[in-house]
Design a protein around this ligand. Structure first.
Ligand code: AMP
Length: 196
């Protein structure tokens, strides 16, 4: 496969626990920066809806609130980041979600002559996450949000597997911490300041 060089500047990861509002904020940020939104959750849901082999694997895990295996997620993102439309930047939403994924991302970006510019970390308390996820289950009908046990499993998975990514990235000074409490526009205002 041919890889084109990625430019530095707007290679962004939107990070935070499930229910932090990543998807909502991502939509607003891609409009502001004119970069593609690369959501691994959306990509997996698309595969699940189309009943592809990848979708069948993803469904087994996501229905239980578990992460899809790292190698599957990494291969899917590697393929996506090799496409032309991300050369001027991208907003990764939902990836990386484990330290091996963060290492995988660094490896694939440096092979493309690039790297990450920002990790935007949206911080929200556990209690608020629970409220938001059960609301989202009603509104969007997401099966992985409906069961309190699955919600708790996703929070635990975030803490044990995803949150350590922040420790991995902090020494590079690219992490920007954003308070995720407030209205959508308030939170977005805090994010947009990074780019003003
Ligand atoms: P999301 O919409 O980002 O909450 O993702 C929904 C589900 O897709 C997650 O609960 C995981 O099962 C799976 N998923 C999304 N992104 C990843 C990832 N980077 N690594 C592993 N699994 C993922």
């Amino acid at each position: 496969m041919m890889f084109s060089n990625l430019m530095k500047g707007n290679n962004i990861v939107l990070f935070g626990p499930p229910g932090a509002g990543k998807g909502t904020q991502a939509k607003k940020l891609v409009d502001l920066l004119h970069i593609p939104h690369v959501s691994t959750g959306d990509m997996f849901r698309c595969h699940i809806n189309n009943n592809t082999d990848l979708g069948k694997t993803a469904k087994e895990y996501s229905n239980q609130g578990k992460l899809v295996p790292d190698e599957v997620a990494i291969a899917m993102v590697k393929d996506r980041l090799s496409q032309q439309d991300v050369t001027a930047g991208f907003l990764l939403d939902g990836f990386p979600r484990s330290v091996p994924q963060a290492v995988g991302l660094d490896t694939m970006l440096s092979a493309l002559g690039s790297g990450l510019d920002y990790i935007i970390n949206i911080a929200v308390s556990d209690a608020e996450i629970r409220v938001r996820l059960s609301k989202r289950a009603e509104i969007e009908g997401r099966t992985d949000d409906a069961d309190p046990k699955v919600i708790q499993y996703r929070i635990d998975t975030y803490k044990s597997q995803s949150e350590p990514c922040l420790t991995y990235y902090r020494p590079t000074n690219i992490v920007r911490d954003i308070d995720g409490l407030g209205t959508i526009d308030e939170v977005f205002g805090r994010i947009a300041k990074i780019f003003s």
